[in-house]
Design a binder for this molecule. Structure first.
Ligand code: SF4
Length: 350
């Protein structure tokens, strides 16, 4: 069955543009190693390229292959992920590595359908791995690519809804080139979304598919994809107890799954009676308390206001126990901790 007339020009232009003008200097580019492609795709979800670069290189130094990652304790994986956010990605990464080793003999399956069965690998990530590593004709549809395709096609339905999403997948699949160009095409769409067809200020003059772009022709680039209504995020407040005893800081491991699951976080004060709480829960008397500068941390679904309270412990407290540990300050900075905890730890190290 023949394809629509616009198919080949669109893919051809994306491929040619990628080869001439696409990004060249990303450490994960030009890879056919599924482990490295997978790692970069997971890290790039929700996170800027500039941030991912450093994490990606460091991660590979410690875990150069899927066997090394599968054999590592989750704590070590979370420690390397610390500061990158969205920690369920790291937990799934670890589960996925173990599944690849245990179920697939240490080799990622080749097809996007089989890849999408693994923990933490969604349809678009599976397609990217299969396209880059095996040339499979599978369409990706991450946030950037959704925007490029929706604008190009003049597709103005609400992409938060599953029906329009499914329809866009079908259209994305119909635009694919032959498999020998799949890697360049997939990379080209990603590059176009990141560098030219940006959310707020698309540079249509630099776009290889500007001629056929419905959003540009009809002056609707600001309306496609349909902007999501902005909801005011709920606010939450918490007091963190930075219990310091003989140069060590007490932290508790958050249960997983859950917010910051598997990470070490300072204990929270359940109410105003900090001294009584510390006596009952940690076996320690507080000699003095110093409020530190408050912090804010944004999650996708709420904003957290953190009031840190540095508490000097007067007598020997309860020792470390499962899920509760006294860390030397330099150990705490290198442990699996979320960004605001690390910030506080580093401020105490100065
Ligand atoms: S012409 Fe403009 S809006 Fe259309 S795909 Fe290119 S950069 Fe995006």
């Amino acid at each position: 069955m023949g394809r629509p007339a616009r198919v080949e020009p669109f893919a051809r232009r994306i491929v040619d543009w990628q080869r001439a003008h696409g990004r060249r200097d990303l450490p994960w580019q030009g890879q056919r190693d599924p482990y490295r492609v997978w790692l970069s795709e997971i890290m790039l979800q929700q996170t800027q390229v500039a941030t991912v670069r450093e994490y990606y290189v460091r991660f590979l130094q410690v875990f150069p292959d899927v066997q090394a990652l599968a054999a590592a304790p989750l704590d070590d994986v979370l420690a390397l992920w610390s500061g990158l956010g969205y920690y369920s990605r790291a937990r799934n990464l670890h589960r996925c590595a173990r599944a690849v080793v245990e179920l697939h003999g240490g080799r990622f399956p080749a097809s996007s359908d089989a890849l999408a069965q693994l923990p933490g690998i969604g349809k678009s990530t599976a397609a990217a791995i299969a396209a880059f590593c095996h040339g499979e004709r599978a369409a990706i549809l991450d946030g950037n690519v959704k925007r490029v395709l929706a604008r190009h096609l003049g597709f103005d339905a609400d992409l938060a809804q599953s029906g329009p999403q499914r329809a866009l997948w079908v259209k994305a699949q119909a635009l694919l080139p032959e498999s020998d160009a799949m890697a360049a095409y997939t990379q080209g769409l990603m590059d176009l979304g990141a560098t030219a067809c940006t959310r707020n200020a698309p540079r249509c003059g630099a776009c290889p598919v500007a001629n056929g772009c419905e959003a540009r022709k009809t002056g609707r680039t600001a309306l496609i994809p349909a902007p999501r209504p902005r909801k005011a995020l709920p606010e939450k407040s918490v007091t963190w107890l930075l219990l310091r005893s003989r140069g060590r800081l007490l932290m508790e491991k958050r249960p997983a799954p859950g917010l910051w699951g598997g990470l070490w976080v300072f204990p929270e004060a359940p109410g105003r009676d900090v001294r009584g709480h510390c006596r009952r829960s940690f076996g320690c008397e507080i000699a003095s308390r110093t409020p530190l500068a408050p912090l804010e941390h944004g999650f996708t679904h709420f904003r957290l206001h953190i009031r840190p309270l540095l508490c000097h412990v007067a007598q020997k407290p309860f020792p470390s126990a499962p899920g509760r540990q006294w860390f030397a300050v330099d150990e705490a900075a290198a442990a699996a901790v979320p960004a605001p905890v690390r910030k506080l730890v580093l401020s105490l190290a100065k």
